[in-house]
Design a protein around this ligand. Structure first.
Ligand code: UP5
Ligand code: MG
Length: 225
């Protein structure tokens, strides 16, 4: 994708930091197209004829990173579907942003498209250095990174609460501790690499949702200006 036509903002942060919650807020106010790498992987996992169902399931349960070609393919496909829907709006059909659920909706009507540029929020990706390098090289040069930071005890509390209703296979104590380890060992180096390039906007994700979002809005307005 031509980065003059496509702006990509990554939303990163530990498991339970609020990536999905705050991305949904941003979609409402800015009309970005939101793609959650985790949601795309879970959708692919439950597709009956998927070649990767078992592979994805085992990585998600173990809190490890699914091989990059699988995730990159899903993201590229979803981005292409969103751009196609914009280029060829067909009635109200839309929603073609692929697996991610509701968020792709409305794209064809012009949302997510600012001054001739498609604007994507990609949440939970890249979480390993090889993915970051490959995405920048062969998919699209990323714009900036919103990094939601908080403590492990805050994350644990949120995930434990969510586990009562989420039905997510990785919301259990063993998977949660594995996800934390992968985040620290494998995903933080990605954040640090972007930080060295001056691409990271870091926000404290510990306060309540509305307060965190106020700060995010200020940061996004500044970054887009
Ligand atoms: N909540 C949110 N914000 C709050 C706040 N400020 N105050 C109080 N509560 C708050 O939020 C989590 C919970 O906290 C919710 O109940 C929310 O209401 C509450 P959410 O917005 O869901 O946080 P999020 O950061 O999105 O948490 P999630 O669990 O989705 O993060 P993960 O990074 O663990 O999960 P993801 O879906 O991105 O990835 C899952 C797995 O997929 C990975 O472990 C990995 O195995 C695999 N994966 C890859 O292999 N490659 C990829 O590129 C991506 C994923
Ligand atoms: Mg999420």
């Amino acid at each position: 994708f031509d980065h003059k036509k496509v702006l990509v903002i990554f939303v990163l942060g530990g498991p339970g930091a609020g990536k999905g919650t705050q991305s949904a807020n941003l979609v409402k106010d800015y009309g970005f197209v939101h793609l959650s790498a985790g949601d795309l992987l879970r959708a692919e996992q439950s597709r009956p004829d998927s070649l990767y169902g078992a592979l994805i399931q085992s990585h998600i349960r173990e809190g490890t990173i699914v091989p990059m070609h699988v995730t990159l393919h899903l993201l590229e496909e979803a981005m292409r579907a969103a751009l196609d829907a914009h280029a060829h709006p067909v009635g109200e059909a839309g929603g073609g942003a692929g697996g991610g659920g509701e968020e792709g909706k409305g794209w064809a009507g012009g949302r997510g498209w600012e001054e001739g540029r498609g604007r994507f929020l990609i949440d939970g990706f890249p979480r390993k250095m090889d993915q970051a390098v490959r995405f920048d090289k062969s998919v699209c040069k990323s714009g900036f990174v919103l990094f939601l930071s908080t403590t492990e005890s805050v994350l644990l509390h949120r995930l434990t609460e969510r586990s009562k209703t989420s039905g997510r296979e990785d919301d259990n104590p063993l998977s949660i501790s594995k996800r934390f380890r992968t985040f620290v060992e494998t995903s933080m180096p990605v954040v640090e690499a972007y930080r060295r390039r001056g691409k990271v906007v870091e926000l404290d994700a510990s306060p309540e949702v509305g307060l965190v979002y106020e700060k995010i809005r200020i940061a996004v307005d500044a970054a887009l200006a």
